[in-house]
Unconditional design. Structure first.
Length: 188
């Protein structure tokens, strides 16, 4: 069982067009009763469906009440025992009208969403995202940053390093002063 595709930023009002698609990639039917999907904010939806092998199920906002973020989102899929089955995360801004699809071991944006059907690549190409493999099953974690985000991250890292350096210098100066005073007391 995997999260196969989701549309975080539909054209128009988000709550009228957002959806999450599950795919049963096993050879057996799966009773989803008690399974749950959760987003980064902790909003949770409990399933009551059965899904046959090779079947897709699509759940829209009206069903799940999960509002997907347009910038950075994480979805977790848990079985009825609370075991994490799949996790999908993206850190980029989701283009309007493009869904994220699982394709050849990675998640990509496509301008041809396929709710309830096999994923297909866009005719105009796809925007690939940098991914990290999640340790359980075949969950994918897209992590991509724009050049501006990378520059801001580097600035933040440099500032953090500067503050750490200043803090260490103050601590060392305090320790040095303390030791010198102790040595002066001993020599008197």
């Amino acid at each position: 069982m995997i999260i196969s595709e989701f549309l975080p930023n539909p054209i128009g009002k988000d709550i009228e067009g957002e959806w999450i698609e599950l795919f049963n990639d096993s050879e057996n039917a799966v009773n989803l009763n008690g399974w749950q999907i959760k987003d980064a904010s902790g909003k949770t939806f409990f399933f009551k469906n059965k899904i046959d092998p090779g079947e897709y199920l699509v759940f829209d906002y009206k069903t799940t009440k999960i509002s997907l973020n347009n910038n950075a989102e994480t979805l977790f899929l848990y079985d009825q025992k609370g075991n994490l089955i799949d996790k999908v995360e993206f850190a980029a801004a989701a283009p309007e009208g493009k869904s994220l699809i699982r394709q050849n071991g990675q998640f990509i944006f496509t301008d041809e969403p396929t709710p309830g059907a096999a994923n297909k690549l866009s005719r105009q190409g796809e925007a690939k995202m940098t991914l990290n493999q999640f340790p359980q099953n075949e969950s994918i974690t897209p992590n991509t940053f724009t050049e501006a985000q990378n520059n801001q991250l580097n600035k933040n890292i440099n500032l953090t390093n500067l503050f750490i350096g200043l803090f260490l210098a103050l601590v060392l100066a305090f320790v040095f002063t303390f030791i010198v005073k102790k040595l002066n007391l001993l020599s008197e």
